[in-house]
Each structure stands twice: as structure tokens, then as C-alpha cells.
Design a protein around this ligand. Structure first.
Ligand code: CO
Length: 132
């Protein structure tokens, strides 16, 4: 059901430092910061030959990653995103197999439908599915 790894999202406590680390130390292709007010984050996309890294930094009062950074003050992997061909079919299959789906299918930061799966059902990893 799942296809390519679309991205790994890393929550960071200092976006400028993280950008410098990926651009200058690791020599990656780092994009410009993009505010995503609907998602409560500022995102920097890093394009690798085979996938993407997304740096996530809190935006606004109720950012969904503020609590994560409180628990992980130096940052950390927040979620991983797998591609699926049909997100509704994937969601229905997961629900039928007892996995916990977090909320409804929404339009994600790339303008495509996404849904999140509970980390307790996936080895402690928050999983995002994105329809490609
Ligand atoms: Co994501």
C-alpha cells in the first residue's frame, strides 16, 4: 500500500541554525522558509536526490509542534511521510485493521491530501500518508 518515502520532518528549535547546518555543513539543497499558518508551522524544504527533509519550526500561538519541542528541546524527528495512491482507500484499510487515524484527511503543506496515524500503532513514529 505505501510507496516512496516522501519526506522526513524534523522539528527544530532554531530555524536559522538548522538551515545553516543543512546548507553549509551538510551541503544540501535548502529552500526558503515558508509560513504555513493553517498548520502552525514555518517549513523549510530540503531536496535530496531520493526524498525530502522538512524542517518544522513553530508558527503562532497553538503550533502542533510546540509541545514536541518542549519535550525535545534540541529538536528531533517529528514524523515520516509515505506516499499512497489512494488516501481514502488507505485510511479505510487502516481503520479496518484497527490502526488509529488522527483526525480527517486534510490538505497538507504540499497542497495534497494527507492523514496522520497514531505513533503508538507504528513503533513510536508519527506517520503521515500523502496522496501522490
Ligand atoms: Co509532513
Amino acid at each position: 500500500m505505501i510507496g516512496n518515502l516522501n519526506h522526513v520532518a524534523i522539528a527544530v528549535p532554531d530555524l536559522d541554525v538548522a538551515v545553516a547546518t543543512y546548507r553549509d555543513t551538510l551541503g544540501a539543497n535548502v529552500g526558503a522558509p515558508q509560513d504555513e499558518p493553517d498548520h502552525g508551522v514555518t517549513v523549510v524544504f530540503i531536496t535530496l536526490p531520493n526524498t525530502k527533509i522538512e524542517l518544522l519550526y513553530p508558527l503562532g500561538e497553538n503550533s502542533p509542534i510546540a509541545g514536541f519541542l518542549e519535550k525535545n528541546p534540541s529538536g528531533g524527528i517529528h514524523h515520516i511521510c509515505y506516499e499512497v495512491a489512494d488516501i481514502e482507500a488507505a485510511r479505510d484499510k487502516l481503520v479496518a485493521s484497527g490502526a488509529r487515524v488522527l483526525g480527517d484527511i486534510k490538505i497538507g503543506a504540499h497542497g495534497k491530501p494527507v492523514v496522520f496515524l497514531h505513533p503508538k500503532d507504528f513503533n513510536g513514529t508519527l506517520v503521515e500518508l500523502e496522496q501522490i
